[in-house]
Design a protein around this ligand. Sequence first.
Ligand SMILES: NC(=O)C1=CN([C@@H]2O[C@H](COP(=O)(O)OP(=O)(O)OC[C@H]3O[C@@H](n4cnc5c(N)ncnc54)[C@H](OP(=O)(O)O)[C@@H]3O)[C@@H](O)[C@H]2O)C=CC1
Ligand SMILES: O=C(CO)[C@H](O)[C@H](O)COP(=O)(O)O
Length: 478
Amino acid sequence: MEKADIGVTGLATMGRNLARNFAHHGYVVAVHNRTEERTRQLMDDHAGEGAFLPSGSVEEFVASLNRPRKAIIMVKAGAPTDAVIEELAAYMEPGDMIIDGGNANYEDTRRREAALKERGLHFVGTGISGGEEGALNGPSIMPGGAAEAYKTLGPLLEDIAAKVDGTPCCVHVGPDGAGHFVKMVHNGIEYSDMQLIAESYDLLRQALGLSPAELAEIFREWNRGELESYLIEITAEVLGHVDAATGRPFVDVVVDQAEQKGTGRWTVQSALDLGVPVTGIAEAVFSRALSGHPDQRAAARGLAGPDATAKPEAGVHADLVEDVRRALYASKIVAYAQGFDQMAEASKEYGWDIDLGAMATIWRGGCIIRARFLDRIRAAYDADRKLPTLLVDPTFASALSEAQDAWRRVVATAATIGVPTPGFSSALAYYDGLRRDRLPAALVQGLRDFFGAHTYRRVDREGSFHTDWSADRTEHSA
Ligand SMILES: NC(=O)C1=CN([C@@H]2O[C@H](COP(=O)(O)OP(=O)(O)OC[C@H]3O[C@@H](n4cnc5c(N)ncnc54)[C@H](OP(=O)(O)O)[C@@H]3O)[C@@H](O)[C@H]2O)C=CC1
Ligand SMILES: O=C(CO)[C@H](O)[C@H](O)COP(=O)(O)O
């Protein structure tokens, strides 16, 4: 009986299209779903597109795979993924591979990989980005797990991944949870990108009274320059869309509460543990959280704001649009720099040896944050693999220098007219913080020593010190 090259279990939005993508590339694909109706539906709608082997049970699904078996799980993250792993592992044999393509927490992936290794199985935690369309036509794929597993699995994944300039948007990221970690940071950056876009839209609309249709044109124009990206492109689409039921701009009939499934929050939680300031991602997560408190927002609506006549000076229309474009680009550089710092720190912490330039390369196509800009990041790491921060790469340093006056005007204008721009403001504060010769952290250290004898280091001598604040204020080595 013919056996499958690869299997997909979990045939909702992502799994169904991923299975079709493999079939379109000539692979024989085993397909399975907990609720059999989805499997039947896939066969009814798409059987003619390639070679599918449908199964009604996990046992039959595993048996239909060629050895070493390669089974991709595309189900909800968390407990459902654990349940499916257990079911698959029960029928697998040493050397077989379970690939989790869901948005799993990398800590779960580390745990699962270690547990399955003891049973002689490979577990490959794999980030997959691109949504429904990417899964079908070529996603960006971020596989972790053992290098040995990638040798067999990698060629199949590279085949179905998006290609940019002929290069597949798929590379072995590193051992155990590295793939899911990188996917998590990708999503964190995705949150940050969207927050900055939303702030640009809001500020221009409030300050200049532009309509969503006019703003769609502005984003369309921006997409022809250095901001060119999938998210800017679809912003123009969403802003230009008119609600069929009411004839109003679509964006005005959507409830203004942004939801989240967890990957942005996980990015910030991990960054707190690693001590990496991902302020752009954190502001994006917290902005979604703020939007989701309608009772507080209703209670606060009457609080004092700026003088209603406070508006940007007459005649600044064109200038403000260009300023916001520059502020958006500069803040985006900061957000990506922070995300890449987080990957670098995790790579050290977990011994993953992540190639940051390669991550920029595989995000150039297929994924939600795909952008022309990622070529510049790749070039920055090609030029210096040990770059301390993307901000000091000569190309980005010069872009920030060109943008900074506009960036400051945007933050000042937003504050003056009372439009919140936490993404722009925190990115600028981060930029200024990193640039500073001396930071007020020295005073924080003094205060900590005063109330808690927490000690401090001096600029002129090695060692730790404590001042006897409650007595004669003499200084002692600590
Ligand atoms: N949607 C997207 O754009 C993206 C999603 N992802 C990730 O990919 C994965 C799949 O996403 P998506 O296709 O949207 O589907 P969903 O996240 O909506 O998950 C639905 C699938 O999970 C299965 N499932 C749920 N619970 C169980 C369980 N206990 N045992 C077995 N199967 C179960 C469902 O089976 P049943 O039909 O029986 O209910 C169904 O096949 C998720 O981890 C998601 O985070 C990644 C990138 C983009
Ligand atoms: O993984 C993705 C893209 O790569 C999903 O689109 C992302 O999970 C959406 O996240 P959220 O619902 O939290 O906004």
